[in-house]
Design a protein around this ligand. Structure first.
Ligand code: TEU
Length: 549
């Protein structure tokens, strides 16, 4: 077992974490100021979303200089201080590397667009005619450049031009840049949409949006193996690949140690269970059976294939999980704890996204002016142009917008939730005065203390890392039950995903009176010993360690 297989990683969206300077947006010194909190929480590593120089059209996922800190976040000295101060507390820093594309303001693109024979022309992907592929942010994936009369590819916003990874000079530049950061002391990399870097040479037309051609594309494994040799080999790094619309087979290959590619992979299949027919921008309930099925298939599949999961409910692209799969009203506290438990006992490395440990909710912004995200604004415009009513448009956005997860971190009940002295770049949810770090620190029954306990458990309960996953009651419409099994012992994990009580009966080989029983964690203050036939209260969740005799 590697260290990172027993670790918990905390994700910071620095724009919304803390502003030390008292600006509308957060900064790196704001992260430094909160390191003691993160150390208290017990996390091993921080993934900080991009803070390199960027026009911020996609909040830093549009990088214009890989060697400079964006001035809104501070200076290189601040970054060095952050790495050093985190290191003193035993915390690593994972840099978010965005190399599927650059901003069109990057000098490479500025050069490339200037003439057909510029040496940087081939750093990007140009065609005389576009094909019918679509951008993930809506509209065509091709943008016309009048100066040279060709189109360039952008799988995301039209200001995010896709790099041409088939050009060895591009790969050499990317690996050089990654070595620069490795040598600065970062503890690993989170690689943005890294499974999209290899496109087929012929750019075929599609009957859909084109993703089947460029997802896990022809040379992706070869390029990641080269990255491993040139950047990772011989260094103690945690490397996480963000895999868009990927498959289990590919994720096993990306993450099993023999492949010499990455440490682990994120995938999003379990977060499409509220996309009816894969349509994100429709308001819909989530499909609980599908959620269990997908997560269980990935658990057993990755374990069988020797791969490693990056586990998560929330990130800066997703709504808040308590609003999504829990109850952000009456049962907010128990349901947030239940969701934490359900995830943290799975095989893989859990990620906690800032504010998740407080049970932060979606903000409920009901007017488009409250939104900032480029994807949300693009979709709102396209839907309106397509004749979708404002009510339907906003209903979907309120549920699905990425801004749901991007509101400022709630530190205390002071103005702006203690995020900054200045008015933040995006609104602060009205419930910040009740849901915040300061109040939860003092409350041992809080969501925060529950997450701290989950994080500490991963270091002590070996089965959380290496127990074999087996789902129980797979057809149950309310309970997600599973075990993590070892020799003669197991963790039994039970989660009621709904606000109604429920009775279940479990198989004899899982729990019986002949076994000794220890309570590992629960979300109700009283949690009596159980037998096969058990009763679960609304959103109740608990874990038992059971030993055969
Ligand atoms: O996201 C990639 C991605 O495919 C999604 O999570 C994306 O946000 C979603 O499909 C839109 O509905 C990564 C980053 O996490 C995201 O913030 C960036 O916008 C994107 O890449 C482009 O760099």
């Amino acid at each position: 077992m590697q260290d990172w297989q027993r670790s918990v990683i905390y994700q910071i969206y620095p724009k919304s974490f803390h502003s030390h300077a008292g600006n509308p947006t957060g900064d790196l010194l704001g992260v430094v100021a909160k390191l003691d909190y993160l150390h208290w929480l017990g996390v091993d590593c921080l993934w900080i979303t991009p803070f390199l120089r960027s026009p911020q059209r996609d909040n830093g996922y549009d990088i214009s200089d890989y060697y400079a800190i964006d001035p809104s976040y501070g200076t290189m000295a601040d970054c060095e201080l952050l790495i050093a101060e985190a290191g003193k507390r035993g915390i690593k820093l994972m840099l978010d590397i965005v190399v599927n594309h650059t901003s069109i303001e990057h000098t490479w693109f500025q050069q490339a667009r200037s003439s057909l024979d510029n040496p940087y022309r081939d750093f990007y992907i140009w065609r005389d005619q576009p094909n019918n592929w679509e951008s993930k942010f809506g509209g065509s994936a091709w943008e016309y450049e009048a100066q040279t009369g060709q189109y360039f590819l952008h799988l995301f916003d039209h200001t995010q031009a896709d790099l041409n990874w088939d050009n060895p000079k591009v790969r050499a530049e990317v690996f050089k840049m990654m070595r620069f950061w490795r040598d600065k002391g970062v503890g690993g990399f989170r690689l943005d949409v890294i499974n999209l870097i290899s496109k087929p040479a012929d750019f075929p037309e599609d009957t859909s949006d084109g993703r089947r051609f460029y997802t896990d594309g022809p040379n992706v494994h070869k390029y990641l193996q080269q990255m491993h040799r040139e950047v990772f080999e011989g260094h103690d790094l945690i490397n996480v690949g963000e895999m868009s619309s990927t498959s289990l087979e590919h994720c096993i290959r990306y993450s099993r140690p023999e492949s010499k590619e990455l440490s682990m992979t994120f995938n999003f299949h379990h977060l499409k269970v509220d996309y009816p027919n894969l349509q994100k921008w429709i308001r819909a309930d989530f499909d609980f059976l599908e959620l269990k099925r997908i997560l269980s298939d990935w658990q057993t599949g990755m374990q069988a294939g020797g791969g490693w999961n990056a586990l998560f409910w929330c990130n800066h692209d997703q709504p808040r999980v308590v609003s999504r799969f829990g109850d952000d009203g009456e049962h907010r506290v128990v349901s947030a704890k239940m969701l934490g438990t359900a995830l943290h006992f799975l095989q893989g490395t859990p990620f906690v996204y800032q504010g998740e440990e407080l049970g932060m909710t979606n903000p409920g912004f009901d007017h488009i002016d409250q939104y900032r995200d480029v994807e949300t604004l693009n979709i709102h415009r396209l839907k309106r142009e397509a004749g979708v009513s404002d009510a339907d448009n906003m209903a979907a956005i309120m549920q699905k917008s990425r801004d749901n997860g991007r509101t400022p971190m709630h530190w205390n009940a002071e103005p702006n939730a203690g995020f900054s002295a200045a008015e933040p770049w995006i609104g602060v949810p009205a419930n910040a005065a009740q849901i915040n770090v300061a109040s939860q620190l003092d409350d041992p029954e809080s969501v925060l203390h529950h997450y701290r306990q989950l994080i500490a458990l991963r270091r002590n309960e070996a089965l959380m890392s290496d127990g074999v996953y087996r789902q129980l009651l797979s057809e149950h419409r309310q309970i997600w039950a599973y075990v993590r099994e070892g020799q003669g012992e197991r963790l039994l994990v039970l989660n009621n995903f709904y606000g109604t009580p429920c009775e279940v009966e479990l198989p004899n080989d899982v729990i019986s009176e002949a076994m000794s029983q220890r309570l590992v964690i629960s979300n109700y203050p009283d949690c009596p010993p159980r037998n096969r036939q058990m009763f679960l209260r609304p959103f109740e969740s608990f874990v038992l360690h059971l030993t055969d005799h």
